[in-house]
Design a binder for this molecule. Structure first.
Ligand code: ZN
Length: 86
């Protein structure tokens, strides 16, 4: 489905209803997804500052509620990070 107007894809690179460039849009969505994966990995690696930056960047490219929670989580982790416990 078109993320902009919810019209069904018809196998074209442009949405038949709103005319949005789906190829570019899908590229952005994929980029944001990769950034969020990297943010999750950064949390696992114990680097919440990197996670926060990646999650924030993903939200600028493509805003999602899940991405918002990821950004809030990494932001909280970064704010409460005590490097002396490392
Ligand atoms: Zn559309």
């Amino acid at each position: 489905m078109c993320p902009v107007c919810q019209a069904r894809f018809r196998g074209t690179l442009e949405c038949s209803r709103c005319g949005v460039d789906l190829k570019t849009l899908m590229g952005l969505v994929a980029n944001a997804w990769r950034l969020r994966q990297a943010a999750r990995q950064a949390i696992t690696d114990g680097d919440p500052f990197r996670a926060r930056a990646l999650a924030w960047e993903a939200q600028q490219i493509c805003y999602t509620p899940v991405g918002g929670r990821l950004e809030a989580l990494s932001s909280w982790l970064a704010d409460n990070w005590d490097s002396s416990t490392q």
